[in-house]
Design a protein around this ligand. Structure first.
Ligand code: WQD
Length: 340
């Protein structure tokens, strides 16, 4: 299939691009590069053995997207482009509604105008808010508690309405838990700008000596060791879930949502120990105050995705940690080579 991949230069997007190409799909990336790097396209080409098509631009620019769809005879869209910092979304909610919701609106208008009827949407487990029961299934109440999560929920609801109005449309919302790790080549991985918000990239930078120690946000949660528990999933398993969703759309229409996680939760201290084992490097840490907006424990009920998508995460915690460390080493080597 000819797949339009928005946000394809990002952490998740680049891994989805690689998996799509290895499955024989033609990949057309649209990315405005506000939160990603252009050289990722070259890395995707190096891994995939051929370059994806790439356009720098905004998904909300209807005529621009319509032109890309026509030019490449796009069959399906995988929509990942969007801002994703929970903390920033609390400070700047309108920035998130403008970029995430209005961007998705423009993309949907372009798809409708060009009769494209398959969409896989990058949603998030954040829409569930504080888990009321565990594991969290797709029917869990959606008491979202920040603008980032609410922007994702608004887009899911828009997709529901469009699927009602266009019975030929198929839309699958993939609710990510905590993606970590990197492609085994070390060429692509989680490379955020500035100070990492998320646990794994911060741990990696402490292990590499780039940062002195990790702040563990809270040691008094009602969890086995008092630190936060999350469902960490290897980014390659997550990427393969997107291809499984695309295959599902070739057989069905209508609106669907699936959790993408492993069904297992690990605490921050367990992640530190696993990373130290996988990298052979110490990760010094200090337990500090809880982070505003964090939940104690969240992990996925994965039955729906296992049955509905015929997909299941298969990589281990060790794979997640060792691949993240391997990517960091590649980054450091490249920086030394370029004198930066
Ligand atoms: C994981 C655990 C922290 C950093 C967020 C978004 C979610 C998704 C993934 C987009 C928590 C602890 C973290 C640190 C720490 N993104 N932690 N020190 O908050 O579960 O999810 O990222 O879809 O939508 O909400 O992930 O990696 O930030 O935190 O102790 O420096 O690590 O308290 O328990 P989170 P995270």
């Amino acid at each position: 299939m000819n797949v339009l991949l928005t946000g394809g230069c990002g952490y998740i997007g680049s891994h989805v691009a690689v998996v799509l190409m290895s499955a024989g799909h033609e990949v057309v990336i649209v990315d405005n590069l506000t939160n990603s790097r252009r050289d990722v396209v070259d890395k995707i080409a190096e891994i995939g053995g051929r370059p994806p098509s790439f356009y720098q631009g905004d998904v909300g620019d209807v005529e621009f997207i319509r032109d890309v769809i026509r030019r490449h005879r796009i069959d399906s869209v995988i929509h990942l482009a969007g801002f994703k910092s929970v903390g920033e979304s609390v400070q700047l909610p309108l920035k998130y509604y403008q970029n995430n919701v209005c961007g998705a609106l423009g993309l949907l208008q372009a798809m409708e105008a060009e009769s494209v009827s398959n969409l896989v949407f990058s949603s998030s487990a954040t829409i569930y808010g504080n888990p009321q029961y565990l594991p969290v299934d797709e029917a869990h109440p959606q008491h979202v508690i920040n603008a980032y999560g609410r922007s994702k929920l608004h887009i899911e609801e828009m997709l529901r309405d469009v699927c009602i109005s266009r019975p030929s449309l198929g839309a699958i919302c993939l609710r990510y838990f905590n993606p970590v790790g990197a492609h085994h080549s070390g060429l692509i991985g989680d490379h955020p700008r500035g100070i990492p918000n998320n646990l794994m990239p911060y741990v990696v930078q402490v292990a590499s000596g780039e940062r002195e120690f990790l702040n563990v946000f809270g040691g008094d949660y009602p969890t086995p060791d008092g630190t936060g528990v999350r469902d960490y999933i290897h980014v390659m398993d997550l990427a393969e879930g997107h291809v499984a969703a695309l295959n599902h759309l070739s057989l069905s229409t209508g609106w669907h949502a699936f959790n993408l996680g492993t069904g297992k939760g690990y605490s921050v201290l367990e992640m530190i120990r696993a990373f130290e084992g996988g990298s052979g490097r110490a990760v010094p840490y200090k337990i500090t105050a809880r982070r505003e907006g964090d939940v104690a424990c969240a992990y996925a009920d994965i039955q729906a995705a296992t049955l509905g998508l015929n997909w299941k995460a298969k990589r281990t915690l060790e794979d997640m940690c060792s691949s993240a460390w391997f990517f960091q080493n590649h980054l450091s080597t490249r920086r030394q080579g370029s004198g930066r």
